[in-house]
Write a protein that binds this ligand. Sequence first.
Ligand SMILES: Cc1ncc(COP(=O)(O)O)c(C=O)c1O
Length: 387
Amino acid sequence: MYRIGQPEIDAVARVLKSKRMFRYGVTGGECIRFEERYSAYLGVKHCLMTASGTNALTAALIGLGIGPGDEVLVPACTYMASAIAVIAAGAIPVVVDIDESVTLSPEAVTDAIGPRTRAVMPVHMWGLPCDMNRIMRVVRRRKLLVVEDACQAVGGGYRGRKLGSFGDAAAFSFNFFKNMTAGEGGCAITRTEAAMKRMRCVVDPCSFYWTGRTEMQSSFLANGARASEIEGAILNVQLDRIDGMLAIMRRQKSAIRKAGEKAGLTMSPMHSPDDECGTHNFFLLPTAAKAEAFAAAVGGTVARKTGRHVYTEWVQIFAHQGAHHPALNPFRLPANKGCRMHYTPDMCRQSLDILDRTVFTANHPDLKAVDLAKRIKTIRDAAAIMT
Ligand SMILES: Cc1ncc(COP(=O)(O)O)c(C=O)c1O
């Protein structure tokens, strides 16, 4: 979805020529500059760059103090890393249904809250914002924490506010497939200094040393997942590109949506069409067979069949293989004994039905008008066969 060009090459060359690729010990460095700019862009207080989105999610959860004894509600449709991060924090993921918007169902969240539930993880899949107003209402009423997984929604918003700024913490990915990329990378954001201190400890247990402070910032150890100045340099350029790119894709999506509806197709409901990323178009077909046929006709993908975004594919979680050693495995920890950890293939039937009937196609900022017109014609032709 991204664009890469000469400005990124120049930015990386500048860092290489400076021979200062480590984020600490550099005045006005690229990572610091990105963290400040991205926080301002999102309207949040604290941002910390990481080596990946999974690292960022893990740091966000641990930053908020989530760990053994806690359940975190995660949606049935997300990349497995959402659930992996919960396990990496020592907690247990509880899988809940999505609705036709392909995002976390607020009703399912309400129903799934149990005595051990500590947090909810709304995942803004494929750049689609969750219904944050409704989710936040439920969550605040029940005094739960919210960690937004905005890894697939860089630059997206919900009703005028940037995704990632709703929860107590959030995570973004800058891997090769995301709206902004440095090949790999990520960042965690949060509102409070206390959570940020813990996040710093997860991302770099020695950050106190590099920043020349004498006091320990936190009292626990972690693996570390620092970002480099090269990641920072690329992302500073990518941040200049994001709004323009998403605006183009939103226009493409709007054109495809209008054409689809006119042709009698049902488009998946959206919670914030003007603010979402616009990276993908979603069609809701009446049956799985029709979805298969429509996907084949328009060169789309059935959402159930990406091979990596449905809970039924989370083999290690089903098998309770949560760590490399049984003593470290959250599924075996005494503190997690009362948590719900019985996973079955049919536990989220509503999600499977919706994902079987949902087809998506991708937009691209460099798509020419003539090619967009061809895509729209293909969709119209396919709709004619469907009805
Ligand atoms: C929804 C979601 N969460 C988390 C991640 C993890 O990000 P990363 O691959 O940077 O670790 C991804 C990556 O694809 C993702 O799509």
